[in-house]
Design a binder for this molecule. Sequence first.
Ligand SMILES: *Cc1c(COP(=O)(O)O)cnc(C)c1O
Length: 424
Amino acid sequence: MKRPFITKAQAEEIIKDNPTPFHIYDEKGIRENARALKAAFSWNKGYKEYFAVKATPNPTILKILHEEGCGLDCSSLAELILAERCGVTGNDIMFSSNDTPAEEFIKCASLGGTINLDDITHIDFCLKALGGKLPSRMSCRFNPGGLFTLGAGGEGFQVMDKPGDAKYGMTEEQIIEAYKRLSSLGVKELGIHAFLASNTVTNDYYPALAAILFKLALKIREEAGVTLSFINLSGGVGIAYRPDQTPNDIAVIGEGVRKAYEEILVPAGMGDVAIYTELGRFMLAPYGHLVTKATHVKHIYKEYIGCDACAANLMRPAMYGAYHHITVLGKEDAPCDHVYDITGALCENNDKFAIDRELPEINIGDILVIHDTGAHGFAMGYNYNGRLWSAELLLREDGSVVKIRRAQTIDDYLATLNGYWDTI
Ligand SMILES: *Cc1c(COP(=O)(O)O)cnc(C)c1O
């Protein structure tokens, strides 16, 4: 059973100063989880998590994670600037982007971050952008093509993704060529990166990916004469959005990667390769709630509960049909004897946080918690229908609440209009 990290009484107190809807994050949960991840990989001397900034691009959150020893994985100029403003630079920045503008490579290099090249043509592109001199530490993104499957058949889970249809990364042939070229251009420290499946809810994804990359690392040493310094398992470790799913056990995942490391890399004399991760969802999703109020009850062919949040505040259900658990505060233990669609105000029929969801009876004014919105929640917000971004709040470890981003205003919404309309 999923329990919110705030109670009804707490929510009512918070709402006095912060009208719904808002996103709220749980600092205690974030820190404990970051420590569990670090412990799970403590067997690897060079281990570092680079939090995927795109999941929750709020500087307060980034600073908390940096305090816990995380670097930042950026993918755009704005994210690089966020990292810089948080005092995160040098080897604490990973830059994994694609179709990258020249100015972003320049910014990353000026911060001393590690550029992760998405394509073999980016070597020359980057060389030109940086005035003929590459940084001393770089990475290449690998795409094995075909299908990536895991656990197919009888093991109670299956992961399948299609790297062959994904726009990211280089083929094996290209990546070997890329390492030869980069090392001839004087790049001293080289790494590899791959992201083959998203939101995996199994302890076997990272170990399977690690084995693929570790074997490839041996081949790269043999064929390109390059010994990799780091291997980046990227993101993709998921969370249990549904209450009946078994959450991943990060300690088991860390042990699985260690086993592959000891079987493949250590005997080959590569026992000092650093392991990196770039988790986003796993780091933040469970530690964020979208808090909204029921504002309308509508009965036509189905029962609808309208609320003051909409897909502009959380796009995942509309975009992916994603499940997000919902709790009606104060009715945590009431019987779920009603069936509702929970809707937002957008003029789009996919603006539904839940469809045919069994919930307790909901009355106007009830406070709803939409769970697991801490990653790819606020971050994917948009202004369709003139709906504005909500505030973001942080529940501190001492129980106090601070605003870490104010809500967007109508003035913000109008700010990019340049006044031409007034002259005609
Ligand atoms: C999105 C992304 C991540 C994080 O993915 P999660 O599924 O949130 O863990 C990591 N690395 C890169 C390059 C990404 O694009």
